[in-house]
Design a binder for this molecule. Structure first.
Ligand SMILES: *Cc1c(COP(=O)(O)O)cnc(C)c1O
Length: 372
């Protein structure tokens, strides 16, 4: 049996009529860039997040980078984040000219260890950039408290955590801005690249709207900016898919419960859900306890199961990592390094069939028994 890591085409087939209609509507409208379809989707997105603004952009990377610029982050500033995340989190910081300061993750959730943040704060610290890794929110209540105390900005990386929430907070509620990604493999994905920034701040939203369009405040007027716009075609597609996101997350959580139950005695470290949090299970990541991650990965792949690793190389372990003034590690990052060495992502998407789930469980347990 082959178990794919993604269900993109199945999802398209399930929504084919509506998605095709949305595409044709844009094609027939003669409005393809900064048109009414994008405007409508931005309204739906802001309403969905419960934020005052949503600004459609070309990618999740720009959805993190542009709010940082809008908030005045630049050379000489420091931003505190984690190293066990997708490269773009740090890239966004670096492209402003600021320094990324990595603190360790905590082993249960693999999110930023909030007890390690304060020791990393210096007079140069400007922002905290928590990542809601794998689909579970970082402890935003604690992070917001630290930010208030030290007068810091907070930019949330929500690329993996659309439809997640904390026990007492929503994404976007306790920060200056949230960046998310709509690249196809994310929980809410278009057929290509897109992203959006959500914020409750009028000044930030207005500045990002200018920055995404060559710094233009009005037609034919320019200051410095970029071309970072979301196409109306993507907005039309995402508008159809946004209506499904809650049901899709519910299904992901149902599959997670099946994996949890079946793998409880496997000897693998399973995902931990914070009490009261809604984990959106962008990824279902287990960790090997015997140092044999690569063997388990090879065994699953050999048996037709397309398991992957997120992320086998932490950012500070990357070649080309800009050591020196652009990056700093505070207090060591042993948990993040352990996560990189032992993580393995099992197939996780709403369109998985019961047979595929059962087969994935069977092969995983088979390997665990042989390697106990
Ligand atoms: C996907 C992702 C991004 C970047 O999104 P793009 O749309 O690919 O630019 C940033 N941060 C995290 C944690 C991601 O998973």
């Amino acid at each position: 049996m082959e178990v794919s890591f993604y269900g993109h085409v199945r999802q398209y087939h399930n929504l084919k009529e509506e998605i095709d209609r949305a595409i044709v509507d844009v094609l027939e409208s003669s409005n393809y860039v900064l048109g009414p379809t994008l405007k409508r989707f931005e309204g739906e997105l802001a309403q969905y997040f419960g934020t005052k603004h949503a600004v459609g952009l070309n990618s999740g990377t720009d959805a993190l980078w542009l709010p940082m610029l809008a908030l005045g982050i630049g050379p000489g500033d420091e931003c505190i984040t984690t190293t066990n995340t997708f490269f773009a989190t740090a890239e966004a910081i670096w492209f402003t000219g600021a320094t990324a300061v990595f603190v360790d993750s905590e082993p249960k959730t693999n999110n930023i260890d909030v007890t390690k943040i304060e020791e990393a704060i210096t007079p140069k610290t400007k922002a905290i950039v928590p990542v809601h890794l794998y689909g579970q929110c970082a402890q935003m209540d604690k992070i917001a408290e630290i930010a208030r105390k030290h007068n810091l900005l907070v930019i949330e990386d929500c690329a993996q955590a659309i439809d997640a929430h904390g026990d007492t907070f929503r994404v976007g509620e306790l920060s200056d801005a949230v960046g998310t990604s709509f690249i196809i493999q994310k929980n809410l994905g278009t057929f290509g690249d897109s992203g959006a920034t959500m914020t409750n701040r009028d000044d930030v939203a207005e500045r990002i709207r200018q920055l995404r369009n060559h710094g233009s405040p009005a037609r034919s007027k320019h200051s410095m900016g970029f071309n970072s716009r979301m196409d109306d075609l993507h907005a039309g597609i995402l508008s159809v898919k946004l209506k499904c996101i809650t049901a899709w997350t519910d299904r992901r959580r149902e599959i997670a419960r099946m994996y949890d139950a079946a793998l409880a005695d496997s000897g693998l470290k399973l995902p931990y859900e914070m009490p009261g949090y809604r984990h959106a299970y962008h990824l279902y990541v287990v960790e090997t306890m015997n140092g044999k991650r690569d063997e388990l990965l090879a065994y699953l792949n050999k048996n037709g199961i397309d398991a992957k690793c997120h992320y086998p190389i932490a950012i500070h372990q990357q070649e080309g990592y800009p050591w020196g003034k652009e990056a700093r590690i505070v207090g060591g990052v042993p948990n993040s390094e352990w996560n990189a060495a032992n993580c393995i992502s099992l197939p996780m998407y709403p369109e998985l069939t019961q047979d595929e789930i059962d087969y994935t469980i069977e092969k995983t347990l088979e390997w665990c028994k042989a390697n106990a």
